[in-house]
Design a protein around this ligand. Structure first.
Ligand SMILES: O=C(O)C(=O)C[C@H](O)[C@H](O)COP(=O)(O)O
Length: 316
């Protein structure tokens, strides 16, 4: 069975329980597991894929909380290390009636930001079909950037599909121009680049899906560009010349939009790991992105196989 691997910073998220209060005002919060790449790992594992997660956590209550949930999910933990020296990161998000919640991070100098790049060469790449990376891990420290570039290199040398989500987090970068340059550099090594439309506008200056796709397809390695258009769906274009728009799914109530982009990655990569067509993989991405916004945590709306097929059947 083809296997999947990702590297990232796991976080605890405290989600405000009272609606439309700022993080200054909110008084009660519920605790969940988060972190972009971990969201993708948890989602893929829930869909019965074989998943490896690479990271470093602090040996502290939040690290324990995360490890516990990773172990329950059956994600492989061989490449997860623990440290007493640094702490596990966390963040807060408020709850809003419309739009995206505000987020505030406590992650500077976290355990994951001290990941040792030498660990990348210890990974067994032999059964991996897809490796997923995002710009977040690279933003955490120069050593993490080195680790990510090395992981990309290993993937490229072994012809393993490398999927890349920019996941722009301006608060983590020195300034906007550094963020743009570094993110586009990481994207150039990817087989599949999947930005959100707003991210793409920041990264290359256009909201035209075709222009965005052509910008990234100019790079030698990139074969597929998928642009996430929010609730509308996604546009794709390939180096071989096919392109199209795959419509999104409607949900009745949007509870929280955080985790939708990672939900898209879960569906898309699930399709690829299970040898579906590109269109089918994107449609799974749209479906799980939609399901993600119906729950409060960042990844608790992701489905198992039964829930996914029930959702697809009732939304035909
Ligand atoms: O890792 C981070 O920096 C976070 O902010 C934690 C969040 O769980 C995801 O990043 C959600 O990402 P989206 O799916 O793009 O909404």
């Amino acid at each position: 069975m083809p296997e999947f691997l990702s590297i990232g910073e796991p976080l605890v998220v405290f989600a405000a329980e009272d609606k439309d209060q700022s993080l200054v005002e909110a008084e009660s919060f519920k605790k969940y597991v988060a972190g972009a790449e971990l969201n993708v790992c948890l989602g893929l594992s829930k869909l019965n894929n074989i998943v490896h997660y690479v990271s470093m956590l602090g040996r502290d209550p939040f690290g324990e909380f995360i490890i516990d949930s990773i172990q329950r999910s059956k994600i492989k933990t061989d490449y997860i290390s623990l440290t007493d020296k640094y702490k596990t990161g966390f963040y807060f998000k408020n709850k809003v009636s419309t739009g995206d919640p505000n987020t505030f991070y406590f992650r500077a100098g976290s355990a994951a930001s001290h990941f040792d790049a030498a660990k990348i060469s210890q990974i067994d790449f032999s059964n991996l079909k897809v490796i997923h990376v995002t710009g977040i891990f690279a933003a955490l420290s120069s050593e993490n950037m080195k680790a990510l570039l090395e992981l990309e290199n290993f993937a490229n040398n072994r012809n393993i599909m490398l999927t890349f989500d920019p996941n722009l987090r301006p608060a983590l970068w020195k300034n906007q121009s550094t963020m743009i340059r570094a993110t586009n550099h990481l994207a150039a090594n990817a087989t599949v680049v999947m930005p959100g439309i707003n991210e793409a506008e920041i990264l290359m200056g256009s909201r035209d899906p075709k222009a965005i796709a052509e910008f990234y397809l100019k790079r030698k390695r990139t074969q597929i560009v998928v642009i996430k258009l929010g609730a509308k769906g996604a546009y794709f274009q390939t180096k071989q010349g096919s392109s199209g728009f795959i419509p999104g799914y409607k949900v009745n109530t949007v509870v929280d939009t955080v985790g939708a982009g990672d939900g898209f990655a879960v569906g898309f990569i699930h399709g690829i790991l299970n040898s579906c067509s590109l269109q089918q993989a994107i449609s799974y991405g749209n479906a799980i992105g939609a399901m993600a916004v119906t729950s409060e945590g960042d990844n608790d709306g992701y489905p198992d196989l039964k829930q996914l097929s029930r959702f697809l059947n009732s939304n035909q």
